[in-house]
Design a protein around this ligand. Structure first.
Ligand code: MG
Length: 197
């Protein structure tokens, strides 16, 4: 009962004018592998060992104060939902949690394989605008259609000294009041933060 009240209060306090931040899952927020690493895993999903990126919970809680959040992964829908249920802090509500069925499959002849692209016009249909939407991903080929909205981060593969989410949090705070995110030069974002990497 108390929890329900807290959530509705949170929904009430959410600002619809905040920038929408669409977060990738694998190698961005977590690393899933069938081969166990030397460091302890956070939880398991079927045959996978799941490692949360350092600072994950704090990152989600901190940025949720200034951004509206969503998850979009090109992995299997059920996997995405179950992983998100595990890593989501109880105080956060995602605008949407999307998996592969929301992606667009494209043959990439440079990479010589199929790529599951995330095309932001699908999020536009929910009423969000491209000027107020950012996508965070470790795979540029998946956001090719909307690179002007993308912030690329290094892939996480279990390194416990990884500081990418601290750095990203600092950068996001510096741009949270930007009117049009597409006008920002985002490629050198790491040079604009002080977080020691
Ligand atoms: Mg990824």
């Amino acid at each position: 009962m108390f929890l329900k009240k807290q959530i509705s209060l949170y929904q009430f306090l959410k600002n619809p004018d905040n920038i929408l931040l669409i977060l990738d899952l694998d190698e961005t927020l977590i690393h899933a592998t069938g081969t166990q690493l030397e460091v302890p895993h956070n939880f398991r999903y079927t045959n996978y060992f799941i490692y949360e990126r350092p600072y994950l919970k704090e990152f989600l809680e901190t940025i949720s104060l200034h951004f509206n959040l969503a998850i979009w992964s090109s992995a299997d829908d059920m996997y995405v939902q179950e992983i998100v249920d595990k890593i989501k802090p109880s105080t956060i509500t995602f605008e949407f949690v999307w998996g592969r069925t929301r992606c667009t499959t494209r043959r990439d002849y440079d990479l010589d394989r199929y790529v599951h692209e995330k095309r932001l016009k699908k999020a536009k249909k929910l009423g969000f605008t491209l000027e107020r939407m950012l996508i965070i991903d470790d795979s540029p080929e998946k956001t090719r259609d909307n690179y002007g909205n993308a912030i690329y981060i290094n892939a996480f593969e279990g390194n416990q000294n990884d500081k990418e989410l601290q750095a990203l949090s600092e950068y996001l705070h510096s741009i949270k009041n930007t009117h049009n995110v597409r006008s920002l030069e985002k490629r050198g974002w790491r040079n604009q933060v002080s977080t020691n990497r």
